[in-house]
Design a protein around this ligand. Structure first.
Ligand SMILES: Cc1cc2nc3c(=O)[nH]c(=O)nc-3n(C[C@H](O)[C@H](O)[C@H](O)COP(=O)(O)OP(=O)(O)OC[C@H]3O[C@@H](n4cnc5c(N)ncnc54)[C@H](O)[C@@H]3O)c2cc1C
Length: 411
């Protein structure tokens, strides 16, 4: 008689989770996924959706369609009982509580935006983490142009409405500023010819340079390209407070703004903060070489919410994907009585779009920049999209935007 399948519960529907689900042997495991988000989101192309280079639905995939035979619950895990091997969950819509039993648990709940407790950020800035965030940003950009176009709007107010401030010079902030600059230059200038030339973008960074994780020559090149595109970069400019229409910097500077996009890094989710397991200083769960949470028998963690006891992994999609893939292989092996190998992270390098059809590639053996790298950037992400449907939709969106321009409707 075949052995009974083991119950594997996965918290989250992001990179680590999908990568695991795609490879797990369903003849050995019964999978239950718990996540408030019922789809997978391909975040590397999220900045492109804020201006309509790519449409929102082109970069998501329902988690239910990842594999047949998996169970999915649209709920948030609110606590874990490691003794009884039970997770307590709360449904998203009706806030009902239910328990889920497991034989093995994988925590891949990602992270939340980090505001560093700076006053006014939650209330007055927009984030760029989920699809709803990108949607809000796209709506706000168009809204500000429409408001500035109303007859009688004072010049000072026009200037404020059309001043877009990005806080955080990491890859996400840089890519958003680049996409916005393209949108203004390629499309908005056609439909708002008097206003678009007065639109400005400022990138605020607390450190001494933008794209600090990239090779310094590439980061200098990005700064040069940004200056050419009239994107103002202010390094050494930590933000003190965000107000409805202004931003205050620590050096006393007051900046008028029409929109602030906050992208300064990540912090732990509420669930993570409440878990009694060992964590590092950034509150990421510590895991051993098998990605197991120390002191537990059957709890594993992967992706942004976790890091190794020995080496601090970057919070990136490639780490999450490699960990998800590794866990699937390990579970498949151990169910057949084989020994699991330790996890080894392989750095595949970083890519970033910097606008004007130029990109950066900081790969282990090659440093690339410019138009050829932009083509490489596009083809790399096209191949990494998780479904054929996503690949076709994104390709179609790029062609559509280059022929007809990006759509400026708001609804
Ligand atoms: C705009 C943007 C661009 C990016 N670009 C790149 C890039 O180009 N390259 C790169 O390598 N990385 C990039 N990243 C980082 C990358 O997205 C993350 O590192 C990656 O998503 C981490 O995967 P994960 O599985 O840990 O978490 P996520 O993909 O964030 O998924 C977390 C999941 O957990 C769910 N969840 C949260 N709380 C709970 C709970 N209590 N119970 C159950 N489920 C829960 C969430 O709903 C979500 O489904 C980018 C990130 C952003 C925001």
């Amino acid at each position: 008689m075949a052995a009974e399948k083991q119950r594997l519960a996965i918290l989250g529907s992001g990179f680590a989770s999908l990568s695991l689900v795609k490879r797990i042997d369903l003849s050995l495991y019964k999978i239950a996924i718990v996540s408030p988000r019922n789809h997978f989101l391909f975040t590397p192309l999220l900045p492109s959706t804020t201006v309509g280079t790519i449409e929102f639905r082109s970069i998501i995939e329902p988690i239910r369609s990842s594999r047949n035979e998996i169970r999915y619950y649209q709920a948030e895990c609110i606590s874990i009982d490691p003794e009884k091997s039970i997770v307590k969950c709360e449904t998203v819509q009706s806030k009902e509580i239910f328990d889920l039993e497991y034989d093995h648990l994988v925590i891949t709940v990602g992270a939340v935006n980090n505001t560093f407790g700076i006053p006014g950020v939650e209330k007055h800035a927009l984030f760029l983490k989920e699809l709803q965030d990108a949607r809000k940003i796209r709506g706000k950009i168009i809204e500000n142009f429409e408001r500035a176009a109303v007859p009688g709007t004072a010049d000072e107010e026009k200037k404020r409405l059309l001043h877009f401030v990005v806080v955080g010079g990491g890859p996400t902030g840089v890519e958003f500023a680049a996409e916005l600059s393209d949108f203004i230059k390629d499309d908005l200038v056609k439909w708002y010819p008097k206003l678009a030339p007065h639109a400005t973008i400022t990138l605020l960074e607390a450190a001494t340079q933008i794209l600090g994780t990239f090779d310094s020559k590439l980061s200098e090149y990005a700064m040069k390209i940004f200056q050419r595109q009239n994107i103002v970069i202010k390094t050494n400019s930590p933000v003190k407070e965000v107000l409805e229409k202004t931003i205050l910097l620590h050096d006393g500077t007051v900046i008028q703004h029409g929109l602030v996009v906050w992208s300064t890094g990540i912090g732990p989710t509420k669930l993570l903060q409440s878990l009694p397991f060992p964590k590092n200083r950034a509150s990421r769960l510590l895991t051993d070489e098998f990605l197991r949470v120390p002191g537990t028998r059957n709890i594993y963690a992967a992706g942004d919410c976790a890091t190794s006891e020995d080496e601090n992994y970057p919070a990136t999609a490639q780490v999450a994907q490699q960990e998800g893939k590794y866990l699937a292989c390990s579970f498949n092996r151990t169910a057949l009585g084989k020994k699991a190998e330790p996890f080894r992270y392989k750095n595949l390098g970083m890519l970033a779009y910097i606008g004007d059809r130029r990109a950066l590639a900081d790969l282990p053996n090659v440093k690339g920049r410019g138009f050829a790298t932009f083509l490489f950037w596009r083809s790399a992400y096209l191949t990494r999209l998780v479904s054929m449907k996503n690949k076709i939709l994104v390709l179609f969106d790029w062609i559509k935007a280059s022929i007809f321009g990006r759509d400026i409707s708001s609804f």
